[in-house]
Ligand binder design. Structure first.
Ligand SMILES: *Cc1c(COP(=O)(O)O)cnc(C)c1O
Length: 393
């Protein structure tokens, strides 16, 4: 590790406000540690693309599309410029239009609701289940109206949403499902990969995702050939053959450089997911050892799900105090997410109010994500757990 631990270090008291926090002992996500393990392979891949001077789509992108299709048990995968575009292109390909309603959750990254709004459709929010942080399917059917045109569940933090119930409601009302799987590549629900159950699965290669590129990137998976064709046309200006515009599309292609780097990293993804799961299991064991599982709300994973822990998120009522205390001891944490979509300025026009989604609002006050990246060491985890124990001592 490039950040040696100093075992004798005195734990800092909670910061009083105007003190400068000490340097972090290690980063929240150590991408440099990961790069160090694959540097030569990545450089070779970059070189290969530079020598080819083929930068947009092409063989590297097609190869990555095939590999992601195989991983997600889908026949088709279509590379695009970002996870947000994967959502937008899915909505476009499914002809979701002005004033159509799309049901999603308010506890997610803003792009989930933002892409629905960008398509001039209306995001309709459903509250989350407090244990999984995913869409509460008990509230789903009541949100379906005659204007509902799609469901957009999110597999938050790397845990699949309750797809059996979601697909049942979708089937009953003949609605397509767009899976926001941006945080969940490799995750499974009842032995099915996320991205393979809905009409489309939307993946992000933003650097902080489990499969992160050297910049932005995204992918849409589907088992529907006609939909895959439309997605390919839409991502490339609406043209199938050069300069013949069949529909209004966008420019959202995946770069060959990104695809070549992602192909290197994809080989390691199963190992990295295992490492994240091991870290999650180790946190649980360490918390249980100290009786802290009685105080902290630890992540919950239903038996039939394979979690990939893009985030390891605990919940505590005194979240901000705990976060400050950890920061005072040089320990990194993050809050995903501090504000629910329905109370953000961009979504104010939807007319939701404080109190509309109590579990989402409570989660925004209580969640705290701890470092769980694959290269995290046992010593680093102990430091986090010991400092949390001190906070509660
Ligand atoms: C990251 C993310 C997105 C957007 O992906 P980008 O590649 O950053 O555009 C969408 N939804 C969720 C849940 C995400 O975490």
């Amino acid at each position: 590790m490039s950040h040696p631990m100093t075992t004798e270090q005195k734990p800092a008291a909670a910061m009083s406000g105007n003190e400068k926090p000490p340097a972090l002992l290690f980063p929240f996500l150590d991408l440099k540690a990961q790069h160090a393990t694959i540097r030569e392979e990545v450089l070779d891949a970059v070189n290969r693309v530079l020598e080819s001077q083929h930068f947009i789509l092409g063989a590297e992108v097609e190869a990555l599309e095939k590999e992601v299709a195989r991983l997600t048990d889908c026949e088709f995968a279509v590379g695009c410029a970002s996870g947000s575009d994967a959502l937008l292109l899915s909505l476009m390909a499914l002809e979701i239009d002005q004033d159509d309603e799309v049901i999603t959750v308010p506890f997610t990254f803003s792009a989930t609701g933002g892409m629905i709004a960008r398509q001039k459709a209306r995001p309709v929010f459903v509250d989350i289940d407090p244990r999984t942080y995913n869409l509460n399917t008990r509230a789903l059917e009541a949100a379906v109206t005659s204007r509902t045109r799609a469901l957009m569940p999110v597999h938050l933090f790397g845990l699949a949403a309750d797809m059996q119930e979601i697909m049942a409601v979708a089937g009953k009302h003949k609605l397509p499902v767009i899976e926001d799987a941006a945080q969940a590549i490799g995750a499974q629900y009842a032995a099915k990969p996320v991205g393979s159950m809905g009409s489309t699965g939307c993946f992000s290669f933003f650097p902080s995702k489990n499969l992160g590129g050297a910049g932005d990137g995204g992918m849409i998976t589907t088992r529907d050939k006609a939909l895959a064709d439309r997605l390919r046309i839409l991502r490339g200006h609406g043209t199938r053959t050069k300069y013949n515009c069949e529909m209004i599309g966008i420019n959202s292609r995946l770069d060959a450089l990104q695809a070549a780097i992602l192909r290197v990293k994809l080989k390691y993804l199963p190992n990295w997911a295992d490492a994240r799961r091991n870290n999650a299991d180790r946190y649980r064991a360490m918390f249980e050892d100290r009786g802290l599982d009685q105080i902290l709300g630890l992540p919950f994973c239903p038996d039939d799900c394979a979690h990939v822990y893009n985030q390891y998120t605990i919940r505590v009522p005194e979240r901000d105090e705990l976060r400050n205390y950890l920061r005072g001891a040089g320990l990194p944490t993050e809050v995903y997410y501090p504000y629910p979509l329905h109370l953000q300025p961009a979504f104010a026009y939807l007319g939701y109010r404080q109190g509309d989604f109590p579990e989402t609002e409570r989660a925004c006050r209580e969640v705290l994500s701890l470092p769980v990246f694959p290269e995290l060491t046992e010593a680093q985890q102990s430091k986090v757990v010991d400092t949390i124990a001190e906070f509660y001592a």
